[in-house]
Design a protein around this ligand. Structure first.
Ligand code: FE2
Length: 502
């Protein structure tokens, strides 16, 4: 048997074993590229999909594969040469100061929220969550014709969309869940064969379960999340402008890392780095801040001992005193986090002028949490990330990999799926449903950097500028301060900067 034939047989076997169907064109593309099948299978598995793969899907996976991880760039002191030669290519000449800003708010909760928080509000909130997420599910080709829980008895095979109300582990690795829709509930047995998929299930998520009826319950043979569609076409800017993403600056905290932040500002001013790095700086048009701008006051017991600045308004003055040194042509967009001066329940309105006046005065675009906006045509979903702790604890995700929890939020298309420990305000519209597919999904909150590319969405957690706190030390959490991400909005080249060294 020739090598080519052996290779072809191996590829077909791999695809069959993975349960994937492919179009003839997609198959010949894979046969022409010996290691492509393994990459495609692993991506589809990660994404939880079971699809008929087209040639376009494969092209997309290949493109994403090439842009999987951010380049790493040291930003040396004014005098020094770079510590390591960065993987940099000079982009077409562009000076951000000569390019008009293109900024559009798509959704800011500040303008829409308002609830009394009654029991009726909560009932209506969950109805709205169910309706919005089931509509997203029904857009998928493989969820058409779903049944209501009340209809399940009429069919041998059922497909039900519901909110996950209970999850119970039973013997031998299988589990049972209770699915609830607007009609009632149904019990679902998830066999051990679906255990890999089922371990991503979270309470209060809306999912579709397919399976066979057995008495009063369904034996599942598939679980489908709303997820990011494979055919999402990421939007790109026409100009190679750069957006910088930072989070959790915690101005006012004794642990605020002033030196790295000053280096960061100097970099934005074009005062650091060699020719290549300065050329990069000139392309910066946007700075996005993912919340916890200040450390706040009274956020946790005895916080005053940790504060360098004890007055909330003054903390924002300090923040503004640093940010105002950034060149005027860089648009700054900021959302709040749990330490900022606004309500804690999600969605959070923007920091009010009463406290955030210094930010408004220097022209910062102050939005709520979460916020959707477009910069140069690229849609960003910026969410502080309060729910990430819950997601990580529930799914046993290593807290040093926040991007994995962020991907789970995208898969379930909800920013705070588990009701309980993350405070949620029962708004008439569930603004935490990820109704729009963003091009960039940016979070902070965990103080740990992470980056991923999930079905064409750039997922970034931009870390912090605060040193390790005593609480984090006691929890064994090692933050990654001083390492913002940059994205070229035209070609989606992602890089991580490092301002920790002199
Ligand atoms: Fe924080």
């Amino acid at each position: 048997m020739t090598d080519a034939l052996q290779m072809a047989k191996r590829t077909v076997k791999e695809l069959l074993e993975a349960g994937l169907q492919v179009t003839p064109e997609a198959l010949s593309t894979m046969l022409a590229n010996p290691n492509l099948a393994s990459l495609v299978i692993s991506r589809i598995r990660d994404a939880g999909g079971a699809l008929v793969l087209t040639e376009d899907d494969i092209k997309k996976i290949v493109e994403e594969g090439g842009a999987q991880k951010a380049a790493s760039i040291n930003t040396p002191s004014k005098e020094e040469e770079p510590k390591a030669t960065p993987i940099l290519e000079l982009k077409p000449a562009l000076t951000a100061s000569e390019v008009d800003e293109e900024f559009e708010v798509v959704m800011d909760p500040t303008r829409v929220i308002g609830t009394s928080g009654t029991l009726d509000d909560f009932v209506n909130y969950f109805k709205d969550r169910y309706m919005r997420l089931s509509n997203l599910l029904l857009k998928r080709g493989d969820v058409k014709g779903a049944h209501k829980t009340s209809e399940v008895g009429k069919f041998k095979e059922a497909r039900v969309i519901g909110i996950v109300k209970e999850i119970s582990k039973v013997r031998s690795g299988s589990m049972t869940i209770e699915l609830e829709d607007l009609d009632g509930t149904v019990s679902v047995l998830i066999p051990v064969t679906l255990a890999d998929k089922a371990r991503n299930l979270m309470l209060d998520q809306v999912v579709c379960v397919e399976g066979k009826k057995n008495g009063s319950y369904i034996v599942a043979n598939n679980i489908i999340w709303p997820d990011i569609p494979f055919d999402h076409k990421p939007r790109r800017a026409n100009d190679p402008v750069i957006a910088v993403f930072i989070s959790d600056t915690h101005f006012g905290s004794k642990k605020f890392m002033e030196k790295p932040f000053v280096r960061f500002i100097e970099w934005l001013r074009g005062e650091r780095g060699d020719e290549k790095i300065r050329a990069l700086t000139k392309q910066v048009k946007y700075l996005v801040i993912g919340g916890d701008i200040v450390d706040g006051v009274g956020v946790y017991p005895d916080q005053e001992k940790e504060l360098a600045v004890e007055e909330l308004y003054t903390q924002y003055e300090v923040a503004a005193s640093y940010l105002e040194r950034i060149p005027d042509y860089v648009k700054i967009i900021a959302i709040p986090g749990g330490h900022d001066a606004t309500r804690q329940a999600l969605p959070q309105p923007a920091i009010p002028r009463e406290y955030g006046e210094p930010l408004y005065e220097i022209g910062v675009e102050v939005l709520g949490d979460p916020a959707y906006f477009k910069i140069h045509g690229v849609e960003v979903l910026c969410f502080h990330g309060d729910s990430l702790n819950d997601v990580m604890a529930t799914l046993s995700i290593d807290p040093h990999h926040p991007e994995k929890a962020m991907v789970e939020l995208l898969r379930g298309r909800h920013l705070a799926p588990i009701y309980g420990s993350t405070p949620i305000s029962p708004e008439p519209i569930d603004l935490l449903v990820i109704e729009r597919v963003p091009d960039v999904f940016h979070c902070g909150h965990l103080h740990v950097n992470g980056q991923e590319n999930y079905r064409g969405v750039v997922v970034i957690n931009s870390g912090t500028f605060q040193d390790q706190t005593d609480y984090q030390r006691s929890m064994g959490l090692t933050p990654t301060p001083g390492r913002p991400y940059i994205i070229n909005l035209k070609d989606f080249w992602v890089a991580q900067l490092d301002f920790t060294g002199d």
